[in-house]
Design a protein around this ligand. Structure first.
Ligand code: SF4
Length: 440
């Protein structure tokens, strides 16, 4: 039965039956599932809804079949990043071929689905959850349990008479109101300390998905979750944030007092025997935020001696046209300061950005050489025209033979690493998968 036709059946409000949630769980998107599971754990009324984590077509199909056989209706949740979209849509279609049953609802959310809701619905998903999912997932699961009209839940989109219908957007949430991990289901990872971003780098989905303002989790709340994770045996503590040294700030200037309050507080909780990471994987630091004071603060509080800097290009012209908000000199200054303070800077570079010409490429290659000479490593990327960003309609990023050779030489010296070749293929896949009608 086509997805749109199936959704019409939902208005008939079938008799309520026990339900279950199955996450189509993938390593690359697992943080989202942990947060959604944590959000469901806050709903006492949903405490008896089983949640299963199934990785891959066979596991998802098997989980659905077993739950149906046990008399449950099943909400299957999907979430993935744009580069994985084609593969995950293929998996959905395989699962649907294996089990087509009106007691199963396939819901997709996350950054890619929020940017391309119509394409997702036409590829077979029943419903799209748009934007932040914590509030929406609880309401969807409750509506599914009550055999209500899931299409009416705020923050969702569906097809009706072959047209995209969106319900009202949900308000931006406060991170303190939602757990960053799922303790009861033992699903955890880095603690998200900031959501949204005031910068508007044209290649990045973050500000366009999570908003153009910083929303910080409070120090007290972060320390609460740190202590909970200590009870679970955690030894290493990492944070998720779009720009590490922006913690506590609402503008472009770092608030180092807030960063110190956070790091000193967490350090007091974890003691010297556990490790604290900041400004490194899975987050990074903007180059213009690097200062002697910031580096001395990090020296005092954190265990990492690697910092990830967003450099992106060695051309001021490309940085300006990408709206990066800093210049090449800031990157070079940050690298020198990091090395002087005992940190190894890993600098992100993005090749194939729109409008990048031969002169820009040469500037970037020279810049990379200077940074490596100064003690940095290069983390190379190929530009991906991601849905939801201002560059979504740009050509796929391509590495010129000179760039490719240069990166290979640096990599052979241990001075560069990255997945630029795989990303070149991903960029082509994204262009092929573009919806024929722009959603903008
Ligand atoms: S690349 Fe970083 S600084 Fe730029 S918009 Fe994205 S998250 Fe913000």
């Amino acid at each position: 039965m086509p997805a749109a036709e199936f959704l019409c059946c939902l208005t008939l409000k079938p008799e309520a039956a026990p339900i279950a949630v199955v996450w189509a769980y993938r390593r690359t998107g697992k943080h989202a599932f942990h947060v959604l599971t944590g959000a469901l754990e806050t709903r006492i009324d949903l405490a008896d809804v089983p949640i299963e984590f199934a990785n891959g077509v066979a596991a998802v199909s098997t989980a659905i079949a077993a739950l149906l056989a046990a008399g449950r209706r099943v909400l299957v949740g999907w979430s993935f990043y744009s580069p994985d979209a084609a593969v995950m849509v293929g998996e959905l279609q395989q699962v649907r071929r294996a089990i087509e049953d009106e007691r199963v609802l396939h819901v997709v959310g996350g950054v890619h689905a929020s940017a391309e809701p119509e394409a997702m619905l036409r590829s077979g998903f029943d419903l799209v959850a748009i934007g932040e999912g914590e509030q929406t997932i609880g309401e969807l699961v409750a509506a599914w349990r009550d055999a209500g009209d899931v299409r009416a839940v705020p923050g969702t989109a569906h097809l009706a008479q072959d047209r995209l219908v969106r319900t009202p957007r949900t308000a931006r949430l406060s991170l303190d109101d939602w757990p960053p991990v799922a303790l009861r289901h033992e699903r955890w990872g880095p603690i998200e300390i900031t959501r949204g971003c005031i910068y508007a780098c044209k290649f990045c989905q973050t500000p366009f998905f999570a908003g153009a303002a910083f929303r910080h989790r409070s120090v007290a709340n972060i320390r609460h979750w740190v202590r909970e994770l200590i009870h679970q045996g955690f030894r290493d503590f990492r944070f998720l944030t779009p720009t590490s040294l922006s913690y506590g700030s609402q503008g472009p200037e770092p608030e180092l007092a807030a960063v110190e309050e956070l790091l000193a507080g967490v350090r007091a909780d974890i003691g010297p025997e556990r490790r604290l990471f900041f400004g490194t994987f899975p987050s990074e630091v903007r180059p213009e935020h690097v200062s002697p004071a910031a580096l001395q603060l990090l020296q005092r509080q954190v265990d990492n001696r690697t910092l990830i800097l967003g450099g992106q290009s060695g051309s001021d012209r490309v940085l300006a046209s990408s709206m990066r908000g800093h210049d090449v000199a800031a990157v070079e200054r940050a690298v020198v300061l990091c090395v002087e303070h005992g940190f190894v800077p890993h600098v992100d570079f993005l090749f194939g950005l729109p409008d990048e010409d031969q002169e820009d490429i040469e500037r970037t290659l020279c810049c990379m050489e200077r940074l490596v000479e100064a003690g940095a490593r290069v983390h190379g990327h190929t530009f991906l025209p991601l849905p939801g960003t201002p560059f979504r309609r740009a050509a796929a990023g391509v590495l010129t033979p000179v760039v490719r050779r240069h990166l290979q030489v640096l990599a052979s010296r241990g001075a560069a690493y990255g997945q630029w070749e795989q990303q070149e293929v991903m960029a082509q896949d994204l262009v092929r998968a573009r919806s024929p009608r722009p959603t903008d």
